[in-house]
Write a protein that binds this ligand. Structure first.
Ligand SMILES: NC(=O)C1=CN([C@@H]2O[C@H](COP(=O)(O)OP(=O)(O)OC[C@H]3O[C@@H](n4cnc5c(N)ncnc54)[C@H](OP(=O)(O)O)[C@@H]3O)[C@@H](O)[C@H]2O)C=CC1
Ligand SMILES: O=C(O)C1=NCCCC1
Length: 344
């Protein structure tokens, strides 16, 4: 898909199931196994359906150029190890992180339900997607889930002179009694790298405080950030500390690469960070007292009573509901290009 395809032209609409099928064909056509394709297609279509555009079909050219470069193994079969009572490890085999999570999920849930808590450490993996699809399904099953993943060097730690951290997101999901699970998913950088790329393509300026240029000077030009510059952590030293924590949990603890430890320059076209991911899953029915879902519902009620109009996840769920009603709106040219990729 060309860069121009993100500039709005005519709109087309597609049903979720049809988009999943189309993306599945695209992935298989470009070198993944059908199993990997099914998982990536569902993930990518879900992001598009929910309006998480920085990690929807915008990412397809990056997936495909990465596969073509030989950087990632699109047919990898993850290897799951039952390490201890509350500890599961997966070697993703230089494949994508989502199939590794899918392979380990049954054992992880079994352990969380029996011990009350379980940890999943994925290494040798590539995560190129939004993180909320990894945690939300646990909360839909009544569990609490927290996940972190590190990416690639493009963020200057607070007080440092050069980029070191990745954009390193943190996602959290918890069930509540009446309504969709409470979910948030945020980069620990001031902005996700994908959103900087989208702004650059649209020729938009960024708000102040997002990043610096190649000389370390503050800039609102997304191209200056992408071409030799860097992003900043959100919230100064606080976001920087969280990003450091993500490096420790997602890489040091799992056996994955730090964001600065891999070098894809010999793989032109490679875009996916080759790092690690950590998930912690808790069964809240093991906690004492009132039901957790009732307590989280009470928290939401009090937040609304305090004047809050938007919970994290509300915008996604509104967009999801609209997509389910009218279909997912895509740029018509982008859809034509996807169809061509599925066959050509
Ligand atoms: N794989 C990887 O290595 C990486 C992936 N990413 C992904 O990029 C995506 C975007 O990250 P980021 O730009 O930080 O996300 P945003 O800043 O857009 O949103 C972060 C969270 O805050 C919520 N939110 C946003 N605005 C408000 C508001 N005004 N009131 C209440 N809640 C709000 C969002 O909910 P809602 O969704 O409903 O708007 C979301 O849960 C994430 O999905 C992340 O996982 C980022 C970095 C690296
Ligand atoms: O948007 C981001 O930041 C990233 N998304 C996918 C993986 C690389 C970083």
């Amino acid at each position: 898909m060309s860069a121009q395809s993100t500039v709005a032209t005519a709109c087309a609409s597609i049903r979720f199931a049809e988009l999943v099928e189309l993306l599945q064909q695209v992935f298989v056509r470009h070198g993944t196994s059908p199993q990997v394709a099914a998982i990536l297609a569902h993930n990518c279509a879900s992001a598009e359906r929910d309006g998480a555009h920085s990690h929807g079909i915008f990412r397809i050219p990056g997936y495909l150029s990465t596969l073509a470069s030989g950087w990632v193994n699109g047919t990898a079969v993850p290897s799951v190890t039952d390490v201890a009572s509350g500890f599961v490890r997966v070697d993703a085999g230089n494949g994508f992180a989502q199939p590794a999570l899918a392979a380990a999920r049954p054992l992880l849930v079994e352990k969380a339900r029996s011990a009350g808590i379980a940890l999943l450490a994925i290494h040798n993996s590539h995560h190129f997607a939004a993180l909320w699809p990894d945690v939300e399904p646990f909360a839909e099953d009544g569990l609490v889930a927290l996940s972190v993943v590190n990416s690639m060097t493009c963020v200057v730690p607070h007080g440092a002179d050069r980029p070191l951290f990745g954009t390193n997101p943190i996602a959290f999901a918890a069930p509540r009694a009446d309504g969709a699970p409470i979910v948030f998913d945020l980069a620990t950088s001031a902005m996700a790298h994908g959103d900087v790329q989208i702004a650059a393509r649209k020729g938009e300026r960024l708000p102040p405080g997002m990043g610096v240029d190649s000389l370390g000077q503050p800039t609102q030009d997304p191209k200056a950030i992408l071409e030799g510059g860097a992003l900043l952590p959100f919230g100064g030293h606080k976001g920087s500390a969280l990003s450091m924590m993500v490096e420790l949990l997602a890489a040091a603890l799992t056996g994955g690469n730090f964001s600065f430890e891999f070098d894809w320059t010999d793989h032109p076209g490679a875009r996916t960070p080759w790092t690690g991911q950590l998930l912690i899953v808790i069964d809240p029915s093991k906690t004492a007292g009132q039901s957790f879902a009732q307590r989280s519902q009470e928290l939401v009620r009090q937040m609304h009573a305090a004047g809050l109009r938007r919970l994290p996840g509300d915008r996604r769920h509104r967009t999801r509901a609209k997509s389910q009603e009218t279909g997912i709106e895509l740029d018509a040219q982008a859809l034509r290009e996807l169809r061509a990729l599925a066959t050509g």
